[in-house]
Design a protein. Structure first.
Length: 124
């Protein structure tokens, strides 16, 4: 995937800011209904639990993911796309399934984050 294509896809999506966001999105696209404890989810995707919590919050905030919990279990039920899946999802899953595609998306996210930080502070 060309860099400008990755940037365009990220701009269309508007919610992916970190590699963990991307990896959780793909995980839930492949496993749309999962019962897991937060620590297990972090182990499955290979990120620090704090990073996973931040990325989960982003997916929950935009309505791509719902989460329920009962007092009887530490595990939570995560349901992806209960309100429908966005039209860009198959493209993201396909692109991120290759090493080069995933790298392009992550590089574009890093560049986007750097630009956002520059815009917010007025300096690099």
């Amino acid at each position: 995937m060309e860099h400008h294509d990755a940037r365009r896809l990220l701009d269309d999506i508007g919610i992916l800011r970190h590699a963990c966001d991307l990896d959780l999105l793909v995980f839930f696209a492949r496993h749309p209904r999962v019962l897991l404890a937060s620590e297990s989810l972090a182990k499955f995707v290979g990120y620090d639990p704090k990073d996973v919590a931040r990325s989960l919050d982003a997916l929950l905030r935009v309505g791509l993911l719902t989460r329920t919990q009962t007092d009887a279990h530490a595990a939570r039920l995560y349901v992806f796309g209960a309100g429908g899946t966005p039209e860009w999802l198959p493209s993201v899953v396909q692109v991120s399934s290759s090493r080069d595609g995933r790298r392009s998306l992550i590089a574009a996210m890093r560049e986007q984050n750097t630009e956002d930080a520059t815009d917010n502070t007025g300096r690099a």
